[in-house]
Design a protein around this ligand. Structure first.
Ligand SMILES: [Fe+2]
Length: 422
């Protein structure tokens, strides 16, 4: 067995190194030859939104991402536009329908702004698809080559929870690595946006994990899917009381690929006195989907300051979280005084391997669905289990403000803006 621990091309381009990645996202050595479904890492998180132009601008101006490529009518794509954004090793593709008949518009009508595709880079698409098919996965797109002047990429796609998919992208075909800005059909594009003076060069360096919300009773089914179809293994498990507040509860399990670059926590609602945040998500996304994306940063304080200055809203952490005498005993020594964390509402958690700092934004679209987490790891490979209760109580306060904590939503409210006189 040959353990591999190598940088991807995107990581190299982003000037990241192995030590940084071990600390940032918990990268471990792995033998892809012994893996039935080897995954190199994330390829891209593909979103469909109501206004791709403006969402991409928001991610560039507020989240410090860089526009690197574009597809749209000007490049011969009459169906939709797509903006490719980078921050370190992380790549987002923001798409929106242009042709009124575009299927992206149907997706958006149902789900609102959200993630349609968590695309993964793999060394051998055909091998992955053969294993996925034999394991009972739904193959949405058969392996095929796409080419342009920059070379050839081999891609396929399998279905995941809800309308979410995993496109598998093989960027080296017959010994030649594709050297275009993203995929065939996309052209290089940059933005004239200029960072504010003093803003960090990058707010985040990589993607740490992508969380899926699934229906009550379906979590184990999807954990099994990632085990069976994609050869992922368990990382951690949080069940029942660990993440229950007085009112609501959820269950969560985490699976990861061999080198731990790709980590998928999966949540399902648990029976409780009131509706959980997962129930609210499932109602407003109209089904299972991506709940949050954790962005790995090496300076969460600077990141939060920069994001707040751009108007990004975070969940409030109550003062009691920091005044709790148990907190200091639980977290021990961290790199900054607790007062600095309290000022920004940053949460801390520690386990046997180290600690992590984390904070969560409010939902970034109009519906109470997808949001971001910022995470700064210092040895801990956890997901902030010790903070779940404080975090969920903060989310419940927001749910309460939206009128979504008690029972079903009020159907008599002003919902239909097409109504006469609306
Ligand atoms: Fe998370």
């Amino acid at each position: 067995m040959t353990l591999q621990e190598t940088l991807t091309d995107t990581e190299r381009l982003a000037e990241l190194d192995l030590d940084t990645l071990r600390r940032l996202v918990g990268l471990v050595a792995h033998d892809p030859d012994a893996d039935p479904f080897p995954v190199t890492g994330w390829d891209a998180v593909v979103w469909t939104v109501g206004n791709a132009l403006q969402t991409s601008h928001f991610l560039v101006s507020a989240f410090g991402m860089e526009l690197v490529a574009y597809t749209g009518p000007e490049t011969g794509n009459r169906d939709h536009v797509g903006y490719v954004l980078r921050s370190g090793a992380a790549r987002f593709v923001i798409t929106g329908g242009v042709d009124p008949a575009s299927r992206l518009l149907d997706h958006h009508r149902r789900h609102g702004d959200g993630v349609v595709d968590v695309a993964l880079e793999v060394p051998d698409v055909d091998r992955c698809i053969a294993h996925a098919r034999a394991s009972g996965a739904t193959v949405l797109v058969e392996p095929h080559d796409v080419s342009d002047a920059h070379g050839t990429v081999r891609i396929a796609a399998i279905a995941a929870y809800g309308d979410t998919r995993h496109t598998l992208v093989q960027r080296t075909v017959d010994g030649r690595t594709y050297d275009g800005p993203y995929l065939p059909g996309y052209v290089a594009r940059s933005s004239s946006y200029r960072r504010r003076e003093g803003a960090p060069r990058r707010i985040f360096q990589a993607l740490d994990h992508v969380v899926g919300n699934v229906e009550l009773g379906r979590m184990d089914e999807w954990v099994d899917f990632y085990h069976r179809v994609m050869g992922f293994t368990d990382m951690a498990e949080f069940v029942g009381d660990d993440i229950a507040t007085d009112y609501s509860a959820l269950m969560s399990k985490v699976v990861a690929n061999g080198n731990h670059r790709v980590k998928f926590p999966l949540n399902e609602p648990a029976i409780a006195r009131k509706r959980s945040q997962i129930d609210e998500y499932l109602e407003f996304y109209d089904g299972p989907g991506v709940q949050h994306l954790a962005l790995a940063t090496n300076d969460i304080l600077a990141a939060v300051d920069a994001l707040r200055a751009e108007g990004v809203q975070f969940l409030d952490t109550p003062d009691s979280y920091y005044s709790d005498p148990g907190l200091r005993a639980r977290i021990g020594e961290v790199r900054v005084p607790v007062a600095e964390l309290a000022e920004r509402g940053i949460l801390v958690d520690r386990d046997e391997d180290g600690y992590l700092l984390q904070i969560f934004t409010k939902p970034i679209g109009d519906r109470p669905t997808v949001f971001f987490e910022l995470i700064e790891r210092h040895g801990s490979l956890g997901f902030g289990k010790g903070n779940f209760k404080a975090l969920f109580e903060a989310i419940e306060r927001e749910q309460e403000r939206r009128g979504n904590l008690d029972g079903p939503r009020n159907l008599d409210g002003p919902r239909n803006l097409d109504a006469p006189g609306a």
